[in-house]
Design a binder for this molecule. Structure first.
Ligand code: IVH
Length: 719
């Protein structure tokens, strides 16, 4: 960032504008390279657009300062940063997995059962390598390649036609009298190991992005908006399936998968030479072993073997289950392993306050990827205890200095699966899991699971309001609809103010106007995207939110397990903020005490909520923020609940569309009248308020003989 990067365009003088244009030109060009050439953008599209807009605005103010290398002059760099979307006429599916020989035998049996075939009946499968690349669907119309799309989410992918046209070994025009008018060939785009190595070497020389493996390199090379870059990347393809075909399966030149393979080859598509027809599970397994033995010398990455039922009419009958065909399966190679040393254990604090230990490893290559970190999940895991209390690694703990085996399966994060105790250095100490948050020094707690009464696996920082790892999320929650509902202060504004250091903790929201007026900071009204009116509106919205219901305040604190309903229950119970605040301090001081028990006794409130409130108020960092917050607010006492209302003490459920009030208003109204609002109908329900479109809840209420009224009926009832 240059020293003028945060000065509003209108406030720049000529020298500053020239310096900014220079910075922006270099910065935008750097991001273009990262995005277009490296497929590895460093900033969001929004931030990128903001840079370009700033450049344009400065140029408009100072046209005589426009640089020769200005981003606005560059031709060929597309401003649009995405591919067009393409809907797949036939979805692109994934495959189920087999991990063992038994799984393959099961697959054969499953298919036979489905087709009601005897064990002795003939049933052939094709077996071929599973290519570790990215799948593609390429459409031909009247023999001409007209469109290519990535898999995307299976239903919709990206239009990469221009990029796919650069693949040399792919036919662009097919002349064959049995080639269907419309034919979508499906296959895998990949990069060979030697091309991958050469590309990375080149990337190092030009200080470009170095790819972790051939798969990433293939994906990064294909998805280039600047096709001239794709053209320089040696991409290859294996065809193995098809999508939309004119006339459907019946118009294909063969009625088997293996026959279609030959047709694909005849039409000029590259197909994998290791494809074989097998007539039993044993033959499939034997072919799998043969391919596995050749794996290292193939020259391209594969991660298993795919088996497909050979007869296409069988494939049709078998069909699909969820997103995978019943007629095919991927027999995966076992995860790759490597040995290395734990050089350190760091603790990361997530946005919800969860503490995750991470092992820093002596870098090692596993399955072609350099691994230097592995998650250690949680405290128990480090100590050799699994989620369900079982022993991990023979019950051995993990220590800095330990020699460990790490495993990487597919795209899964590397795991430590074993430790070699014989190699443990004599001075290696057991890891001491922190009791204070490494970021904010608040206490670390572990919740008790209400069902199992056991400690939860996750350790959490209890200083939610004070911990910089968590506070951004808390701020966003605080200003959100169910809480303080501050107009004009959405997630983006919070992000902006937090980044600028204007709002770092909850009370800062309410001191913003004064600090802005005192000119302690450059004025918000002068910031890009702001103006006098919008700043004024924001301050007004903040000020009017100072007068707040107790329930919203409690909910707004973002304490774990304390949602809107619990917030309201607590507010009703304690009545005003002073009572609530002193009760919480007593609850926190003694989890066995009377105040704690009184809290648990509140109808419907469980141990988890009470515990979490106690932990929150036991943390002095939070209490200090809370007290400072109260100085800024005018917290309303809770209106006394009307005992005499006709719904007092009743359990009410709202369902269907309410036309005169919102759901939350209806809920608040019912609660104010002393009713308990529930989300589901049971024998305990006293009243169902059903609007138009009510479905299963209405049916259930009727079958249970629960009283049902319309929205109007509700208003009549409560008068
Ligand atoms: S057949 C409907 N054959 O693996 C079946 N897929 O894990 C379509 N893949 O999305 C897939 N090599 O990208 C098939 N020889 C092969 C394959 C293969 C790699 C990929 C494909 C698919 C993924 C599923």
């Amino acid at each position: 960032m240059s020293e003028y990067s945060s000065v509003d365009v209108e406030a720049l003088n000529e020298d500053q504008a020239a310096a900014e244009l220079k910075r922006l030109s270099a910065e935008i060009s750097k991001h273009d390279t990262r995005y277009y050439a490296d497929d590895d953008p460093e900033i969001s599209d929004g931030d990128y657009d903001a840079l370009r807009q700033r450049n344009d605005r400065i140029e408009r103010r100072f046209p005589y300062l426009v640089r020769d290398d200005s981003p606005s002059k560059k031709v060929g760099v597309k401003v649009s940063r995405g591919f067009e979307k393409v809907k797949h006429a036939v979805p692109m599916l994934s495959l189920g997995n087999a991990f063992s020989d038994e799984d393959v035998v099961d697959f054969d049996e499953r298919v036979r059962r489905f087709l009601s075939l005897e064990k002795s009946a003939k049933l052939d499968f094709t077996a071929e390598p599973k290519i570790d690349g990215l799948s593609i669907s390429i459409r031909y119309e009247n023999g001409k390649l007209v469109q290519a799309a990535t898999r995307g989410d299976g239903a919709e992918g990206e239009n990469v036609t221009q990029n796919v046209l650069t693949i040399d070994e792919l036919p662009k025009q097919i002349v064959a009298n049995d080639f269907p008018d419309v034919f979508e060939v499906r296959g895998e785009i990949y990069m060979s190991n030697s091309d991958f190595a050469a590309l990375n070497e080149k990337q190092i020389q030009v200080k470009g992005k170095v790819f972790a493996n051939p798969r990433n390199a293939a994906a990064g090379s294909l998805r280039q908006l600047d096709v001239s870059i794709t053209k320089q990347r040696p991409l290859k393809l294996f065809a193995y399936a098809w999508g939309e075909v004119t006339g459907g399966v019946d118009s294909l030149p063969s009625d088997t998968q293996s026959g279609m393979f030959k047709a694909l080859e005849r039409w000029g598509f590259p197909v994998n030479p290791l494809t074989k027809v097998c007539s039993s599970a044993d033959e499939m397994i034997a072919h799998y072993k043969m391919i596995e033995e050749q794996r290292a010398s193939l020259g391209y990455d594969i991660d298993g073997v795919v088996y497909k039922v050979d007869r296409l009419d069988y494939q049709e009958r078998l069909g699909f289950r969820s997103r995978a065909p019943r007629w095919a399966i991927a027999h995966k190679f076992p995860a790759e392993k490597a040995t290395t040393i734990i050089e350190g254990i760091d603790i990361q604090v997530g946005r919800t306050g969860a503490l995750t230990p991470v092992a820093r490893l002596l870098p090692v290559t596993v399955g072609g990827v350099v691994v230097s970190n592995a998650t250690l999940h949680n405290k128990d895991y480090i100590e050799g205890k699994g989620q369900n209390g079982e022993e991990l690694r023979g019950g051995h703990d993990l220590r800095v200095g330990d020699t460990v085996t790490i495993q990487r399966a597919g795209d899964v994060i590397p795991q430590i699966v074993d430790v070699d105790i014989s190699k443990r250095p004599s001075d290696a100490e057991p890891f001491e899991f922190p009791t204070l948050c490494p970021i904010c020094k608040s206490h670390v707690t572990r919740e008790i699971n209400e069902k199992t009464k056991k400690k939860d696996a996750v350790s959490r920082c209890s200083g939610g309001l004070a911990c910089s790892a968590q506070v951004l999320e808390r701020l966003k929650h605080f200003v959100s609809r169910g809480a303080f509902d501050i107009d004009g202060m959405g997630d983006k504004v919070i992000d902006e103010f937090y980044e600028l250091g204007l709002v770092k903790t909850l009370p800062d929201i309410f001191t913003l106007e004064k600090r802005d007026a005192d000119n302690e900071l450059s004025k918000i009204a002068n910031r890009e995207g702001w103006g006098k009116t919008s700043a004024q509106n924001l301050f007004e919205a903040i000020n009017s939110s100072r007068k707040v219901e107790l329930a919203r305040l409690i909910y707004g604190l973002g304490i774990r397990h304390v949602g809107e309903t619990t917030g309201r229950m607590l507010a009703r119970h304690y009545g005003n903020v002073e009572v609530f605040s002193s009760a919480m301090k007593l609850v926190a001081a003694d989890k066995q005490g009377a105040e704690y028990h009184a809290l648990i006794d509140i109808d419907g409130l469980g141990d988890a909520v009470a515990n979490s409130l106690a932990d929150f108020f036991a943390e002095e960092h939070n209490v200090s923020v809370f007290d400072r917050l109260l100085e800024q607010l005018d917290v309303q006492d809770v209106e006394a609940v009307e005992d005499t209302s006709p719904v007092s003490g009743k359990t009410v459920v709202f369902t269907g569309k309410l036309e005169k009030m919102s759901r939350s208003e209806a809920k608040a109204m019912a609660e104010r009248l002393g009713a308990k609002v529930s989300g589901s109908v049971s024998a305990k329900t006293d009243l169902l308020v059903a609007g138009p479109g009510a479905g299963s809840k209405l049916k259930k209420a009727e079958s249970l003989g629960v009283k049902v009224v319309s929205e109007d009926g509700w208003f009549e009832l409560i008068d």
